[in-house]
Design a binder for this molecule. Structure first.
Ligand code: GDD
Ligand code: MG
Length: 360
């Protein structure tokens, strides 16, 4: 089967990181977000992944060349002349997705992480004879998502995007298995699959759900990205513990690239990812944080609940916490505290910032 990933927009909620690279190629647990998805698609037998992009397509495609070879899967790009929403891009890529053999295809939102049960979805889709099968998960605050109301056979009765009042707590996880006939409902103009297509398919009794097992997170904003990392590392602990760091100074789950250098007497974890070529000094304390590639952190600094962008240099005795997000190539002077600050790329920070949410 083929697959289409909705790569879309500017990723504003993950700024300043998305000022440097498009959201899907930001590392999540030391691999680009979209690579986790492409790997799962390849494993489910997909031979081609179409990326629906409306912003900086060349950066993405150049970057994914390497993965196209590594994962042995065709990766193509379908560029939109203007943002086409979540359904329009399917119509644009119709030539690739449509076929006479009625072979279903997959569609994924690029910002969702889970264990991607693609094979099971395909089987279930074929078994129910659905036109669309959507993956659903349960959340405590459904108002930010598309809510799905189903009967006991998991046939969807209603699909309500971002409901204002409580409709239910099972939500659209942003991963679909679709039959080619659904393309006959979609035109190549800006359209929302959630608001325009799914309600119509549900009304025809052809929309089915499949319950997702395990964790799920939309990692499109820093807080959720950090929560998603913790859930992902928990799942690795269960399924592939050899990928997690162990040894002195590691507390709980952490993933550390083999090229990273870690000093003496550090305390690392829980829920930490340290990327390629990072240099961590002595006595550094890291918890619930992401250190992207090529970051240097000098001795005795503490980083907690925060994300440090590529190639940034953090001095000694610094304290960075409360959902601070530091862009690419930032320099933070010794002893500086950053309390929930958002720091744009290439800044030189010489003084502490104590007011959370300050953008500098
Ligand atoms: N190519 C393209 N063009 N992609 C787009 C466009 C567009 O114009 N607009 C959005 N996208 C992509 C986004 O990049 C993302 O991967 C996906 O479509 C969904 O858009 P979001 O903006 O992240 O939507 P959301 O998170 O508010 O809601 C969606 O995801 C929820 C799960 O996380 C909906 O599908 C909800 O129903 C769902 O519950
Ligand atoms: Mg989203």
């Amino acid at each position: 089967p083929k697959a289409l990933v909705l790569v879309g927009g500017y990723g504003t909620r993950l700024r300043p990181l998305t000022l440097t690279v498009p959201k899907p190629i930001i590392d999540f647990a030391n691999r680009p977000m979209i690579v986790h998805q492409i790997e799962a698609l390849k494993e489910a037998g997909c031979d081609e992944v179409v990326l629906a992009i409306n912003y900086r397509p060349q950066v993405m495609m150049d970057f994914l060349k390497e993965w196209e070879e590594k994962l042995n899967i065709k990766i193509t790009c379908s560029q939109e002349p203007e943002p086409m929403g979540t359904a329009g891009p399917l119509a644009l890529a119709r030539d690739i997705l449509y076929n006479d053999t009625n072979t279903p295809f997959f569609v994924l939102n690029s910002d969702v992480v889970c264990e991607y049960p693609m094979k099971e979805m395909l089987e279930r889709h074929l078994a129910t004879g659905a036109e669309a099968t959507i993956l659903v998960t349960k959340v405590s605050d459904p108002s930010k998502y598309g809510v799905v109301v189903m009967d006991e056979d998991l046939k969807v009765e209603r699909f309500v995007e971002k409901p204002q009042t409580f409709v239910g707590d099972k939500i659209n996880a942003g991963i679909y298995c679709l039959s080619p006939s659904i393309l006959n409902r979609i035109e190549p103009r800006p359209t929302s699959i959630e608001k325009e297509v799914f309600p119509a398919v549900a009304a025809d009794g052809k929309l089915y759900a499949m319950a997702l097992e395990g964790y799920w997170m939309d990692v499109g904003q820093p807080k959720d990205y950090l929560t998603g990392l913790a859930l992902h590392l928990d799942s690795l602990r269960q399924k592939r513990p050899e990928q997690l760091a162990d040894g002195d100074g590691i507390q709980g789950n952490a993933i550390i690239d083999p090229t990273a250098k870690i000093g003496k007497d550090c305390l690392i974890g829980p829920n930490v990812a340290i990327g390629k070529f990072c240099e961590i000094g002595d006595g550094v304390r890291l918890s619930n944080c992401v250190i992207l590639n090529r970051v240097t952190i000098k001795n005795f600094s503490l980083i907690k609940d925060s994300i440090i962008g590529w190639s940034s240099k953090i001095g000694s005795w610094c304290r960075i916490e409360h959902k601070a997000v530091i862009g690419e190539d930032v320099f933070v002077k010794d002893e500086v505290q950053l309390n929930g600050a958002i720091v744009l790329p290439h800044k030189d920070i010489k003084e502490s910032i104590m007011e959370p949410g300050t953008i500098i």
